[in-house]
Design a protein around this ligand. Sequence first.
Ligand code: TRP
Ligand code: ZN
Length: 863
Amino acid sequence: MTQLPKAKYRKDYQAPEFTITDVDLTFNLHPTETRVVSVLKVVRQGNHEKPLVLDGEQLTLLSIKVDGVKVPEDSYQCDEQNLTLDTSLDTFTLEIENSVNPTANEALEGLYLAEDTFCTQCEAEGFRRITYYLDRPDVLAKFTTTVIADLDKFPYVLSNGNKIKQAELDNGKHLATWQDPFPKPCYLFALVAGNFDVLRDKFTTREGRSVDLELFVDKGNLDRADHAMLSLKNAMKWDEERFDLVYDLDIYMVVAVDFFNMGAMENKGLNVFNAKYVLANPKTATDQDFLNVESVIGHEYFHNWTGNRVTCRDWFQLSLKEGLTVFRDQEFSSDLGSRAVNRIQDVRVIRSHQFAEDSGPMAHPIRPDKVVQMNNFYTVTVYNKGAEVIRMIHTLLGETGFQKGMKLYFERHDGNAVTCEDFVKAMEDANGQDFSVFRHWYSQAGTPVVTVEESYDANAKELTLKLKQATASTPGQEQKVPFHIPVKWSAYSEKGERLSLGNNDVLHLKESEASFTFENVAEKPILSLFDNFSAPVKVKRNLTDDELRVLLAHSEDDFSRWDAAQSLFTRIIEKAISNNSEAELSVKTIQACQNLLRANTDPALKALALTLPTASTIADGYKTIPVEAINTQLKSLKIQLAEALESDFTELLNACSSNKPYQLNGDDIARRQLKQICLSYLAELGDATVGNLKQQFEQADNLTDQLGALQASVWANNSVAEPLLNLFEKQWQGEKLVMDKWFSTQALANSEQTVERVKSLMTHPDFSLKNPNRIYSLLAAFTQNQPQFHRADGAGYELIGAIIQQLNASNPQVASRLLSAFVSWRRYDENRQQLMKKQLESLRNLPDLASDLFEKVESCLTE
Ligand code: TRP
Ligand code: ZN
């Protein structure tokens, strides 16, 4: 019996017994037997008695020397996880030689070879698959790296920092030595070797220093690299202007690779990117892809200060860098593009994914207390809720106070590995604030529910607002204490005029219950609460539909306008479900939608407001999720809206269609987005619109429009769906990133044939279970297809369950991402619960279940 994976607890943190100050690595790259020589300067920090315990997994140890002398076999032990060395020395040089097999590495953690590129991924604990080391983020060392590889096959050999040497060797090989002057934890180490096309540019910092920018892409892809380069320069400039942060090396490299488990990785001076967040041109990428490239390029660049210069003490502090860096990339996108659109999209992620995580068995605070497999904690909670928590600090302090806090944070902690607490303390101290209640956002999991009661006393001209908060228990946290919840608000008359009731636009709810009184209120106001989604909470409130429509039409806060529309739609659906009747769309609501469509408003906001809430957002309101009812009601509401607003949609569609060539700018992106919404409604009206769709598909000079037409057809299941799918496939076969969208489009189709379709697509030549992007585009997309993944006969569960079993051995990190679809199994009806549980149990019975899956399966099946 193999050992069961063990949990680690945040409270057990101990400073390392030893540290490493300098690392000298030499890689002799070979597909199946790469040799690694690692020379470490080791310094004892703690107790004299303790042995040196290095981490190491899936390595072959070849030799070990201390201060140049071979270590006798009885002075060290080596097992599956550690290399333990008994020594009484306090400072010494340790030289280790080991080998690894990059070809066999399908998990894409550590050093791997995929399609002729050697690549590393070390976060969180992948460096231990390269060589024996103190693989923890609070050990910071200066790295020097020499890479030796075949000159022909791998003309570029890259690592962190500056290139200090390069040479051709006689055996057809060459080498390069790289030196990174900034001490860093090993999770920021990177090595890449391959053959690329390179896009080069320069950035001059505001101090006048010139930085070389190099973007490495697969041969033949240079025409898709410009947008990433532009985004990088924009990010560098933005960070100087908004955060006063300047880049610190003379070179910044970005490599785009096809095989990558996640989005991208911020390795010092050498980012590694999933190609889908680098490559973009109008023919092969949608508007959303362009925006994603900008945001991920920004994200990884911003890590240079928030993550690399100041890093995490331990992995429980992950949100220290991720929450903060997501906040920074959100602000970057908002400053460069539409702030309102970005905000609404970020809220959609929270509501449809983070709230679900918070209410399931894997719920965890943004700073977790207990972890089995760290890879399982790269979550929407740590990232996106983490960013919401930073945003609340920003709301509490304002931009100036927030930047004062950032300045103090860097003054105190530059070059160190620190905690979330250190960040909060810097924010507090720089502003003379007390965040003792606010801190609970770091320690408590779960989504607070805020209940709102309002009463207006016409005689006294007084409005009283009573707010209560409650948070359901989460695993390991029975009782919750109140959070500090900032409530941003504005007020309106029944006619929609802005009312000014006092000058404080943020209320602070810090108790389980609080009352706020407004005096001299001449008429009963309509309050817009939680403007800009000022806190990641759910709100219970009895606004009338009329009041919601006033907010939809008049709130000065764009988020609140959108939110009012979402509430109106959600209500209709919930009411229909509880009455077991057809969704009822009132004349007044149709009117409100029509007014919106005709208003002089940002087209992108119109598009977002008219996008129905996702099935998972609606599901969030139910203890037991009524899968079929949600599906039926959403569909019926969509058709009713399409029928009621047909002429408006048609008119707008024409107004938004243009013969101008494609341009990537805010106005055109918004216009295309609105056009797409119109199309998707009109497509519900049967075959009348197929002419439009076909025409748009054929005439499109860009992927946004082409894919838009395809999706509208396939998702409405009309008569051109199959022909367009075939045309698209013919045109784009072999173009993997474009084909990913073809796979997703089909996986997301709400059709009874979808399960079978997905199965047969797995045999398509462009599909492969070895490449995460293909798995995400077909299979992870399918798990987001509520009605079809949750098919009552369990066919969806069986399909994905079998894939997870297969991936358990080859790529557990990706397997675990797919498993997330089963985590909320208790929220479904008895029949579905049994079927999902069956999959979870058969996973639990697997021999050699990976720790990633073990952790989730156990928390799912624990009572
Ligand atoms: N730190 C990366 C980011 O910017 C996340 C990441 C990339 C990652 N690759 C990974 C996390 C592999 C875990 C495993 O968000
Ligand atoms: Zn990140």
